[in-house]
Write a new protein. Structure first.
Length: 436
């Protein structure tokens, strides 16, 4: 059973028909013309009927512009000018149709039929290409993923070839990248940054958690390695888009020195918390198999201690025990130990601490990006990696729920403010004593 406050409704509302579209009050459907479609199933029958309704709407538009056929109309806006071949969008494909033409009565040119412009729009093609390829369908098999519309329609349809689908997907992912890099930045309390590899390309991604517990994919930058320059460029871009870097923020990272340095260079008051899962993994990798489970258990017990002082005491004692037999593991445990205890030092409640003690939220987003791009066999360039990554991040955004313990986020903001206020007071008092 799910809680309603954890979910955000993302059901797309159908766009209403423009007021100018003339819908016939009565449409006579010729069953003789769609008898073959009826034998292919209800969907094919509905498509055949819909095409006849569309033709009736074309005729209704013509009557609105030219008046009834065969009757003089002095106030008509145009006159009939025969027909020509056109095409409309139907379920991810283009279907050829015959559309009527209307010329302006004043000789200014051809008048457009509102109903034809509505049905011939191609935006849905790009959206379907994006959805199906992110779902794991390759561009070569795009046509197999479309709903059956009847043999006659499928034989005459176009725009389902590999090259056409690839062009539409590239345009749709380019749009997704633009949306990601220009979206509004809300009041953030937590920032998570991590890297993901696509072939030889590295993309650094950022995830933010707002004061209401909502998770936001923020930005992505592409480079060859996860270096300080790349991360600085990403965070600087967030600042230019309106992110307030003067407010205290909790930055959760995997322990990379490049990430920590870039965060400290751009933010005025960052407090870094290193992922405890990464620290446990780093220490385990330096131990023999028989000790890994025991050491991991003791580290987890320390991270669940009631205070940062108690946890640090337990971890220091464990490091002393490992000094003689496994000095590499002991050194790895001591390195950045204080930063792995940041959430304990801030007094974050357990329900919220379960989310913030590791980089799992941003890694979950990265895993969704990897899953959607698993069919790509050749990464041509960095732009391609950026487009796929951005599309995966926006798809992950649709699956996000607000974090557990979200009601404690205002307390976390207050604890961050108090931390920097107390530090400033201590520094000021120190300097006053030195002067005295």
């Amino acid at each position: 059973m799910s809680n309603t406050y954890q979910k955000t409704s993302r059901r797309a509302q159908a766009d209403p028909l423009p007021a100018e579209v003339a819908v016939p009050e009565q449409v006579i459907v010729s069953m003789a013309e769609i008898a073959g479609a009826a034998r292919e199933g209800l969907l094919a029958l509905a498509v055949g009927t819909g095409l006849q309704v569309m033709t009736a709407m074309f005729d209704e538009d013509v009557i609105g512009l030219c008046g009834p056929e065969g009757k003089h109309n002095a106030d008509r806006a145009g006159y009939r000018h025969g027909t020509e071949e056109g095409s409309v969008t139907l379920g991810g494909r283009r279907v050829p149709v015959t559309r009527p033409r209307v010329r302006a009565a004043d000789g200014s040119g051809e008048l457009h039929l509102t109903s034809y412009e509505l049905f011939s729009a191609t935006e849905i093609l790009g959206r379907l290409a994006l959805e199906k390829m992110l779902a794991g369908l390759s561009s070569r098999r795009y046509g197999h993923g479309l709903e059956p519309a009847g043999h006659a329609v499928e034989q005459a349809s176009a725009s389902t070839s590999k090259s056409a689908v690839s062009r539409r997907f590239a345009a749709a992912t380019e749009t997704a990248l633009g949306q990601l890099m220009t979206r509004r930045l809300d009041d953030l309390v937590v920032l998570m940054i991590d890297g993901v590899h696509f072939g030889e390309h590295t993309c650094v991604v950022a995830l933010g958690i707002g004061i209401d517990g909502t998770k936001y994919p923020l930005a992505v930058e592409e480079g060859s390695t996860e270096n300080a320059t790349l991360v600085t460029s990403l965070i600087t871009g967030l600042r230019e888009r309106g992110l307030d870097v003067t407010r205290p923020i909790l930055a959760v990272i995997d322990g990379s020195k490049a990430l920590a340095r870039a965060i400290k260079d751009v933010f005025d008051k960052p407090l870094i918390h290193r992922c405890q899962q990464h620290k446990i993994r780093n220490v385990r990798d330096r131990l023999p198999e028989k000790l890994r489970t025991v050491v991991e258990k003791r580290m987890r017990q320390a991270y669940h201690a009631s205070s940062a002082v108690e946890a640090e005491g337990q971890l220091t004692a464990l490091a002393r025990e490992l000094d003689r037999t496994h000095p590499g593991a002991a050194a790895s445990l001591r390195e950045g130990m204080a930063e792995t205890l940041t959430i304990l030092r801030l007094g974050v409640p357990p329900t919220l601490a379960r989310t913030l003690h590791s980089t799992n939220p941003v890694e979950s987003m990265i895993e969704i990006c990897r899953e959607h791009s698993k069919n790509v066999k050749r990464w041509r360039d960095g732009t391609m990696a950026l487009r796929w990554c951005a599309a995966g991040m926006l798809e992950a955004d649709h699956q996000f729920r607000r974090v557990n313990g979200r009601l404690h986020l205002p307390k976390l903001r207050a604890a961050l403010n108090a931390h920097f206020t107390s530090n400033v007071s201590a520094v000021t008092q120190n300097e006053g004593q030195k002067v005295a």
